[in-house]
Write a protein that binds this ligand. Structure first.
Ligand code: AMP
Ligand code: ZN
Ligand code: FE
Ligand code: FE
Length: 284
């Protein structure tokens, strides 16, 4: 089932396979009317994305970003929307996160080399291009070298959180990420909550920090999961939202942009919040 909105997508500016232009073509093909680009730790793809959407005036763009944060034993991703991307403090923080990804990528390459898989840092950087380096780029290098048959296998055997070649990077707490997004005038949403252990344990502190909503309609979540997350969102008075998290990496369960059961009412409620933020910003 298609949706008119998709609020979670990645481009070549982070670890997605398609350029903003190609993402725009896909959104158009799938009948999407509003989409957010939510690259990891960068808003730099938004200029290209807006330019690409000039060809499709029926599609509007929501400015987004995705930040990774840590809690003991688990990871939480926070999506930010409608930030003032000109905010200097915000951009400075993002630049520091991207810088942190470099050292961490090199560490994973060193670990892989020690494990007898000679992927090179040069090649990982080539694959990433101008993008902020992520584990999918390392996985791609492993795949090219024939050390694994799929990207998923690279995560399962080597660079997943518990894998022997995984390296940490300095991460914010969820509260800090929420504050960073709010500090730049945006709203924060909890991404793919089912990847996090003990969702209901972490939600009170995130709500306290000013979380606005959470993803309920995510990628290939089955109806039971959607129902459960919708009830959690209601209980915590969080706005439901969702997206495909499209990366174009060919993983199992991948969905194209717009290929998610996000109801139109949910899209409109979210856009009303955005309109209010943008109107207030313009007035001030
Ligand atoms: P990073 O931000 O560098 O730690 O990389 C995280 C990204 O890796 C996520 O946004 C996903 O795109 C991808 N990823 C994480 N786990 C897996 C997995 N098990 N299989 C495939 N891709 C994954
Ligand atoms: Zn990603
Ligand atoms: Fe994520
Ligand atoms: Fe994502």
């Amino acid at each position: 089932m298609g949706s008119i909105g998709d609020f979670h997508t990645h481009s070549t500016y982070s670890d997605g396979k398609l350029t903003p232009t190609q993402l725009a073509d896909m959104a158009h093909r799938n009948g999407v009317r509003v989409m957010a680009l939510t690259d990891h730790d960068t808003t730099e793809g938004l200029v290209d994305m807006a330019e690409a959407l000039c060809r499709y005036p029926e599609i509007s763009l929501v400015k987004g970003v995705e930040l990774s944060t840590d809690i003991p034993g688990s990871e939480i991703h926070i999506l930010g929307y409608f930030m003032d991307v000109e905010n200097e403090g915000f951009q400075r923080e993002l630049a520091c996160f991207r810088e942190g990804r470099l050292g961490r990528g090199q560490e994973m390459v060193r670990k892989l080399q020690a494990l007898g898989m000679p992927v090179t840092w040069e090649r990982v950087q080539e694959i990433a291009g101008d993008a902020s380096v992520g584990r999918p780029h390392v996985a791609q290098a492993l795949l090219e070298q024939g050390h694994v048959k799929t990207i998923a296998e690279a995560f399962d055997r080597f660079i997943g959180r518990e894998g022997p070649a995984y390296a940490e990077r300095d991460k914010l707490t969820p509260e800090q990420a929420i504050e960073l997004i709010r500090g730049a005038g945006g709203v924060a949403f909890f991404a793919h909550p089912s990847y996090t252990k003990d969702i209901e344990g972490v939600l009170p502190r995130m709500k306290q920090a000013g979380l606005t909503g959470m993803e309920v309609y995510y990628r290939s979540y089955p109806p039971e999961t959607v129902d459960w997350l919708r009830s959690v969102a209601e209980r915590f008075e969080l706005m439901p939202l969702g997206g495909s998290d499209y990366h174009g990496l060919g993983n199992e369960g991948d969905r194209e942009i717009g290929d998610i059961p996000l109801p139109e009412g949910v899209v409109n409620r979210f856009l009303a919040v955005g309109q209010q933020i943008l109107a207030q910003r313009q007035a001030s």
